[in-house]
Design a protein around this ligand. Sequence first.
Ligand code: AMP
Ligand code: GLY
Length: 424
Amino acid sequence: MRILLLGSGGREHALAWKMAQSPLCTQLFIAPGNAGTVKLGINCPIAVTDFEAIATFCLTEHIEMVVVGPEEPLVKGIREYLTDYKGLETLKIIGPGQEGAQLEGSKAFAKAFMERHGIPTARYKEFSATNYEEGVAYLKSHPLPIVLKADGLAAGKGVLICETLAEALQGFESMIREARFGEAGKKVVVEQFLNGIEISVFVLTDGKEYVLLPEAKDYKRIGVGDTGLNTGGMGAVSPVPFVDKTLWDKIEKRVVVPTIHGLKKDGIPYCGFVFIGFMIVNGDPYVIEYNCRMGDPETEVVIPRLASDLVVLLHAAATGTLQEVSLQLDPRTACAVVAVSGGYPGDYQKGYPITGLDQTQEALVFHMGTTLEKGQVVTSGGRVLAVTSFATSVAEAATRSQAVQHAIQFNDKYCRTDIGYEFS
Ligand code: AMP
Ligand code: GLY
């Protein structure tokens, strides 16, 4: 099968690494890819939102399956664009249509979906310019902390956790009246704060059947001990030690099954990944977000743990035959440690040469923000690369990944040194 993978991050490097191992994958293209994906297929300089260029590429290269990595093209309707394109009617696409992608694209849509289908989540109310004063009154009467979420896509930045009423009122005003998170963010979901432990669960579905992939825990803050600003993710572990059968059953029965049924009931076709972000409160799962794609860096620990052929799974999702496949897992623990450019998640420099990439032995190195300049791998993003190692415990896997990170160098490199700390 000739496959085109869209994206350029660590998630795509991990997906490409796994797909390239499949005997079913005869040719892999990555658009635009990074300095890591060049070794696994052919990088094509096409932006993930350039639908016309992607469609033309699919036609000329006889692409049979497109795997969409990031959310933006999904929310913008790449599935509809490609399936409506003359000559691409039979193209298989991994990634939902525009309506399904609203699970991530609109917090208000996701909350209404959960409410409609009885899926446990934080209590909420929705406000915009039309009921602004009602919103102010609601904030004043609500216990603290309180969570404000911009409705639309905000690259992970549209959530404010407010400890004081003044902060909440100011955040509310700046979102609705000053469009702090853009036009789509002028609608605000105000949500009860849930105090618990976050984990992520990944589902591959064809809209009817599903396969549950292993869970992961992401480390979102920049600083050691979960301090400082939020990032895209500084590391991840899978499996998560406290996720036992009882919790897994609750997750599946209370959330995964009603989510897939809900999509079916609402008449929303869905072929692709659903990433469910959970807060586990006193042993009970609550959904804090849906994403219509895999997570990054969670993919860098989840995908290496699959013993099954990923292309077989994706093909089954695309052809509605997921009930015929089963998932085999590597029982070991995987831990990914991410290296970022100094200054991230604020301003940072790009273009620094990366050395030591050939000294990584048994670990997997997934490029997140790298590019090739005259044959040299250089930094090109805030998050630069993830090192994933396997071991029988989180502590051992983390130690191995940290050791490999020591061997890799670039100017102003920074890693969290405590990924997996609470499980040691
Ligand atoms: P989201 O973009 O919805 O994933 O939110 C970003 C982060 O904000 C999450 O990863 C959580 O750490 C936090 N968060 C979101 N919603 C809540 C909530 N209701 N209670 C506590 N923390 C939350
Ligand atoms: N690591 C969180 C995300 O991919 O959204």
